[in-house]
Design a binder for this molecule. Structure first.
Ligand SMILES: Cc1cc2nc3c(=O)[nH]c(=O)nc-3n(C[C@H](O)[C@H](O)[C@H](O)COP(=O)(O)OP(=O)(O)OC[C@H]3O[C@@H](n4cnc5c(N)ncnc54)[C@H](O)[C@@H]3O)c2cc1C
Length: 568
């Protein structure tokens, strides 16, 4: 019989001794997490009071007949069916910790796991780890924070696909945003087969802009526990950089690390402000879908912010025009803050054009009354003013009507110009598709020359993506290069020139700017035979069969300036 006893104090030792007494031949192993068995807990008050000055005397017996004692062993799991117990040896872990601190090749994640294993054991805290490893508290905290990485990122870090700098930045983020932040570590340029890792400073800048929210600039009360009752007040919240200044020594100011909670509080604050002051103009200072907008909010461009600051900070804000109102930003930059705005687009005070018009044609003012004036004279002065005011008003209406008509004319001109450009774009799309459809299986020398020149003048950054977009289905998950290579493989021999023409000319379909060379028109001359004049209204022109219908919408002009002519 072999007994395994867990626990080496009163109960454990008593059980071991009794087993040995009943069957002196049995094997007894006793494991205990403490460093000493049969430690006199009852004696602790005497040590603390000084009555027992040496704590060693509390561990009165360390050996027992027939009992094998394994101190500093912590039972982690017990499998009763298999009769196995998994133990962890604190001493061994400590040796490992000291050894790791001497090694230069230890992976930070491995080191972090070592720290954590010791922290899970009784009697260990960060101060102990600092003391035993000889590392700084900042180092120990930074390593321990690595254990907050989500498994996929921890795996990427262990496999050294990202550096310790990336991992440290990611580990400090809430787990639900880590995957998104990880995406920002990578970029795939047009010449890359696989995305490449960006320096950690890019990730740091992205986090600073997108995830860290300055508590100093928060519009709500940081001590208010009711804005988000689940999270409580910001001042006592651990999800901010100021809670652990050792770990966030590089982060400026106290930053909230929990964006969803921050936004919940901002919205609760806005709701409260609007409920308390329904007269506030609600401002959306940023673009979002109409369905997401607050129904009563005013968009950008429909208000002007007015600076009402005075030298006396306690003074009531002065409303400098009739349309000025107090407002609350409900979305966008400075969300949650209050401003003073003017909501009149033609405000004579705040619209510079309206102000200029008023200055040019000032409204008449009534002549001041002379010292002695009869009632008739006063009435005459009033009527004179009334007549001037009416004439001014009529003149203002006439000018306003003139401006309205001018605006309508300009709009019509813009629309006509847009229609013209649209027609030209469609014509160029159709020319492009006709060239592709008519491309012969073998290029003539002039055709090949224009194709090569168009290729040389492609925009290298966008052409692969643009062309792949033309060819592939929008749900296609392959890279642009993969799409193009597979299209080349799948094209029959006779159509390879057609594909080459598409490749070279797709980026030149847009309307070229004045300084740009028109490769499409040149290709049209080289590829398409001029149309025969129509013989009769009944004769039907044979339409070329397009390989693929042109996409709706304008293409960007990618052509560069006119290249130097190539000697034949
Ligand atoms: C300050 C103080 C004074 C006291 N004074 C008196 C007194 O005067 N008279 C009196 O009758 N009682 C006194 N008691 C109570 C008495 O100490 C306890 O009743 C007694 O120690 C209980 O013994 P135990 O073996 O059941 O548990 P514990 O003494 O708590 O021992 C638990 C054992 O299990 C081990 N262990 C725990 N987890 C693991 C693990 N995962 N793996 C391996 N080992 C593990 C520990 O290392 C330890 O050896 C006092 C208690 C205290 C705290």
């Amino acid at each position: 019989m072999h007994f395994l006893i867990i626990g080496g104090s009163d109960a454990g030792i008593a059980a071991g001794l009794r087993a040995h007494e009943l069957d002196p031949g049995c094997e007894i192993t006793l494991i205990l997490a403490d460093d000493f068995p049969n430690y006199s807990i009852c004696g602790l008050p005497f040590y603390l009071s000084g009555e027992t000055p040496d704590w060693h005397s509390l561990a009165h017996r360390t050996e027992f007949p027939g009992i094998e004692i394994l101190s500093s062993h912590t039972a982690e799991t017990i499998d009763a069916s298999q009769k196995t117990v998994q133990v962890r040896r604190a001493q061994a872990l400590e040796w490992q910790l000291v050894e790791n601190s001497q090694r230069v090749d230890v992976h930070p994640y491995e080191e972090a796991q070592g720290f954590q294993r010791l922290l899970d054991m009784p009697g260990y805290d960060v101060a102990t780890l600092v003391e035993k490893s000889g590392k700084s508290p900042a180092h120990v905290y930074a390593r321990l924070s690595l254990l907050q990485l989500i498994p996929s990122i921890a795996e990427a870090f262990s496999a050294e696909r990202i550096t310790a700098s990336h991992a440290n930045l990611l580990a400090r983020l809430p787990q639900d945003v880590q995957a998104n932040a990880y995406e920002q570590c990578w970029r795939k340029d047009w010449q890359d087969k696989e995305p490449h890792l960006l320096p950690a400073k890019h990730l740091a800048a992205w986090i600073q802009t997108n995830l860290y929210l300055s508590l100093a600039e928060a519009p709500f009360d940081k001590e208010d526990t009711t804005l988000n009752p689940v999270a409580g007040a910001c001042v006592t919240c651990p999800r901010r950089s100021g809670f652990n200044t050792t770990l966030f020594a590089d982060v400026q100011g106290d930053q909230c690390l929990d964006a969803p909670c921050f936004h919940t509080k901002v919205n609760a604050h806005i709701d409260r402000e609007i409920a308390a002051r329904p007269e506030l103009v609600q401002i959306e200072d940023g673009w979002r879908k109409p369905t997401e907008k607050r129904p009563d909010a005013v968009q950008r461009g429909h208000f002007r912010e007015i600076d009402t600051t005075t030298e006396n900070p306690d003074a009531e804000p002065v409303m400098p025009c009739a349309a000025a109102k107090a407002a609350l930003v409900v979305y966008g930059k400075r969300v949650g803050t209050t401003l003073t705005v003017c909501t009149d687009n033609n405000c004579p005070v705040h619209d510079p054009r309206a102000a200029a018009r008023v200055a040019e044609h000032p409204a008449p003012v009534m002549e001041p009354a002379p010292e002695a004036e009869t009632d008739e004279q006063a009435e005459e002065r009033r009527q004179q003013y009334e007549a001037q005011r009416k004439a001014h008003e009529q003149e203002e209406d006439r000018r306003a009507e003139e401006r309205r008509q001018q605006f309508e004319r300009e709009q019509e001109e813009i629309e006509a110009e847009n229609a013209k450009l649209d027609k030209l774009r469609k014509k160029r799309e159709s020319t492009f598709e006709r060239i592709i459809a008519d491309t012969p299986p073998v290029f003539t020398a002039p055709q090949l020359r224009i194709i090569l020149r168009a290729l040389v003048n492609l925009d290298p950054y966008t052409f692969a993506d643009d062309l792949a977009e033309d060819i592939a289905d929008e749900n296609d998950k392959r890279s642009a290069e993969e799409v193009l290579l597979s299209a080349i493989e799948g094209t029959i021999d006779d159509k390879l020139t057609s594909f080459a023409a598409r490749l070279a000319l797709a980026g030149h379909r847009g309307i070229p700017r004045e300084s740009e060379f028109d490769f499409l028109t040149e290709a049209e001359a080289a590829f398409l035979t001029p149309k025969a004049p129509k013989k009769s209204s009944t004769s039907k022109k044979k339409e070329p069969t397009p390989i693929k219908p042109a996409k709706a919408g304008a293409k960007k002009t990618k052509a560069k300036t006119n290249p130097a002519p190539i000697a034949a």
